[in-house]
Design a protein around this ligand. Structure first.
Ligand SMILES: CSC[C@@H](O)[C@@H](O)C(=O)COP(=O)(O)O
Length: 339
């Protein structure tokens, strides 16, 4: 596993993040010592992927706790403003807030109490990834019959506290000896597929082929895809799933070609307060990500730009949701994950 989040030292330590904006060219670790460092790292996507954002934010609260409980509570509010779509962020911050409120003077010092909580969130996420891999491999293996899996964005060890969500399924298939092949969508505009997923799969010896997002329909028409598996940033109670922009179009294309479309995510990605995906907040990012990708201008100065970072795939396009509790139909989410 290529871990991307580490805590260095004891209670007075620092958060180390493998800077995902520099991959695959350079492996540079950022050393975060303040809550502001963590906020910036999340905002600029040095750490990204829904579960990884939650884990990192939890450690960010530990950094603030050195200045006491009020500073730690303020850090929870502040980190919640970094990105709006991945519900794992808000879930982790709520868990840290409850841990702050439960901390009693005279018992374990606040900073070590909170570090234990953040480490528990991290470890639990790793265990959830492993279970998603196991359940997903069992469900997906019979669908492949020598065909490939297609995926979008990055859902591996870089995006989580463990082995990943959708990518964990591919790693589990590989570990079981079934030698999967993965078509990797490059994932416009920030190329999480080309830069991160292709890198992770190659590091782990999983066969993959990089395609542009717009080529997915063609490889499906050629009969080369047995299943699509993607991650999620927030899943509503009816199974509607928000994920990286382009996922919705991919789901439509998969359904047209009768290729089963799966979402893989831990329970921490479900937002049972939302009846449908219509209420999921969609992050809009800066125009320069499209007009000047990676510092090179590709569009005329002054052109109007719309840059939503996520879209919502309606539940009816999803064959199954792979969670640590097993694979469920979108219609089973309310019953299996509570109201
Ligand atoms: C296991 S990560 C699942 C999702 O968070 C992932 O697919 C995704 O859309 C990430 O978007 P990003 O903008 O790179 O944070």
């Amino acid at each position: 596993m290529h871990e991307a989040i580490r805590w260095e030292g004891a209670d007075d330590g620092a958060l180390l993040l493998l800077d995902q904006t520099r991959l695959p060219g350079e492996e540079v670790w950022l050393r975060c010592t303040t809550v502001e460092d963590v906020w910036q790292a999340i905002k600029r996507l040095s750490v990204r992927g829904a579960p990884a954002i939650g884990v990192s934010a939890a450690y960010g609260v530990c950094l603030a706790a050195r200045d006491g409980a009020d500073a730690a509570l303020a850090a929870c509010d502040y980190l919640a403003t970094s990105r709006p779509t991945a519900v794992n962020l808000f879930w982790a911050l709520e868990r840290m807030r409850l841990a702050i409120l439960a901390s009693r003077p005279g018992s374990q010092p606040l900073d070590s109490h909170l570090l234990c909580e953040a480490q528990a969130i991290h470890t639990e996420d790793a265990a959830q990834c492993a279970a998603i891999g196991r359940h997903g491999a069992e469900a997906i293996a019979p669908l492949l019959q020598g065909r490939s899996i297609l995926t979008h964005c990055n859902t591996g060890a870089l995006a989580t506290g463990g082995d990943g969500t959708a990518l964990a399924v591919m790693f589990a298939l590989a570990a079981a000896g079934s030698d999967p092949h993965v078509f990797v969508d490059e994932t416009r505009p920030l190329l999480q597929g080309a830069r991160l997923t292709a890198w992770e799969l190659m590091q782990r010896g999983v066969r993959c082929t990089l395609i542009c997002d717009s080529m997915a329909a063609q490889v499906m028409r050629e009969g080369r895809v047995g299943a699509v598996i993607v991650g999620a940033d927030r899943i509503a109670a009816n199974g509607d799933s928000a994920n990286k922009i382009g996922t919705y179009a991919l789901a439509i294309v998969a359904n047209w070609h009768k290729v089963p479309f799966y979402v893989a995510a831990p329970a921490t990605t479900f937002d049972m307060t939302l009846d449908s995906g219509d209420a999921i907040p969609i992050e809009e990012r800066g125009a320069e990500e499209i007009t000047e990708p990676f510092g090179k201008r590709t569009a005329p100065e002054g052109v109007p730009v719309y840059n939503p970072a996520f879209d919502v795939t309606p539940a009816e396009l999803i064959a199954g949701i792979i969670t640590e509790r097993g694979v469920m139909a979108p219609g089973e989410v309310r019953e299996r994950l509570g109201t």
